[in-house]
Write a protein that binds this ligand. Structure first.
Ligand code: HCA
Ligand code: CU
Length: 400
């Protein structure tokens, strides 16, 4: 699980996202940002797709990036030749192997697929270029058929075989079983590609790594065909917990937010509110019980340290479920810590006990100062400015 590699496909799978249109400048910016993040491979749209795809592929190969440049083509000689012509470090070959795709897409038998695959692998290798062979829709293909096919490719010297959950229907257990079996059949590297139609793309990638896969395909924010594939950031969140030393030393995690912002802007979407790590509330703590523990030791309610990604945590006190420890921490942040006793903190926080007491004694002066955080938050949603001004006006009242 520890030492996996990333094949970053924002510039291939990501271009299949509904909103994506990448001109050459945008592609170069994204490629450089991915390289700076430290991904192992950058996969580009097939040069056969269009003239610009061809030109851009060539141009990106010439940038001299650290990441290896791949292009993704159909498994046939003409496509492979175009790919090699562009100067890529590697070619990712793909062909559908499920009965659906064989029947409704290309109409080839498994025997035909096998002989074409071997011929193309041989050609790409003869050019000194890395080569991967992948069966599209692997999970709905006949298991024995694809194992034979992968074995033949392995014998022919392919660098990687690829398993793709093209329709996003696989479960982590299905992935584990298939990759485990495949691991026993081939000696080459194993690349995996998971669509997220059923929300399993990150879990499936993790499962694949547990079973012996070596490479995972990602795209920034998961953009791709339909609702996309394993998101780079979410995979980083998963793997920084599973393999912290490897992930922190290999990837420039602090660059994640700006990379995601770059891609989000390019395809005109927002970073999802609940995105792992970079979603606006990813490190916001709200309930009083959580806030108290977080302030004492962040590991109590955080599996990921936000600072590893250059992010910061936020303890919200703007709600009816806040706790007085959190309010005290905010008062300290406002520089008023030395001027509040704990009882006063509890009072402005609106401790239910205090309120009850004031209601009994009917002390008008005290009642006047009872615009408390909790009571206000029961009436309407509070913004951080609201709670800060409740604290400030309470503080002013203390001085008169
Ligand atoms: C597609 C192709 C692919 C290829 C994956 C791979 C898929 O757009 O259908 O080359 O491993 O999901 O099968 O993206
Ligand atoms: Cu795909």
């Amino acid at each position: 699980v520890g030492r996996f590699k990333i094949i970053e496909s924002t510039l291939r799978e990501g271009e299949q996202f509904a909103n994506a249109f990448f001109d050459i400048d945008t592609k170069i910016k994204i490629a450089k940002a991915l390289d700076n993040f430290g991904v192992d491979y950058i996969e580009l749209t097939s040069p056969v797709a269009s003239q610009a795809s061809y030109d851009d592929c060539k141009a990106i190969c010439q940038l001299g990036l650290k990441a290896k440049i791949l292009t993704h083509v159909r498994c046939n000689m003409e496509d492979a030749k175009k790919a090699v012509e562009c100067g890529v470090d590697g070619v990712d070959l793909v062909i559908g192997t499920s009965s659906f795709l064989r029947e409704y897409s290309h109409g080839k038998s498994m025997d035909m697929i096998r002989s074409i695959a071997l011929e193309v692998i041989d050609y790409v290798k003869s050019k000194g270029v890395e080569v991967r062979f992948s069966s599209e829709d692997s999970f709905r293909s006949n298991l024995v058929d694809i194992l034979h096919l992968y074995q033949a490719c392995d014998k022919a010297g392919v660098d990687r075989v690829g398993v793709a959950d093209t329709v996003g229907g696989a479960t982590p257990r299905m992935v584990y079983d298939l990759i485990r079996t495949l691991r026993g059949c081939v000696g080459c590297d194993i690349e995996t590609h998971f669509h997220d139609d059923t929300g399993c793309a990150v879990a499936n990638a993790h499962s694949a790594l547990e079973a012996g896969a070596t490479h995972v395909d990602t795209s920034v924010l998961g953009i791709g065909e339909r609702n996309g594939i394993t998101p780079l950031g979410a995979l980083m969140a998963r793997m920084v917990v599973t393999a912290p030393d490897y992930v922190k030393s290999k990837y420039n995690l602090k660059a994640l937010k700006s990379l995601e912002t770059l891609v989000a802007d390019a395809v005109q979407v927002n970073i999802p509110f609940n995105n792992p790590v970079t979603g606006f509330c990813a490190f916001t703590h709200k309930a009083g019980i959580h806030a108290k523990a977080i302030l004492a030791n962040p590991s109590t309610y955080e599996i990921i340290d936000p600072h590893d990604f250059g992010m910061t945590r936020y303890v919200s006190i703007n709600s009816r479920i806040t706790g007085w420890n959190a309010v005290k921490a905010r008062i300290e942040q406002l520089g008023l810590g030395s001027e509040f006793s704990d009882d006063q903190v509890k009072e402005v926080y609106g401790s239910p006990l205090f309120s009850a007491l004031f209601h009994c004694t009917g002390d008008i002066d005290t009642m006047r100062r009872t615009a408390k955080i909790k009571q206000m938050a029961d009436i309407r949603p509070l913004a951080i400015d609201d709670t800060d001004s409740i604290i400030r006006s309470y503080h002013l009242d203390l001085q008169v």
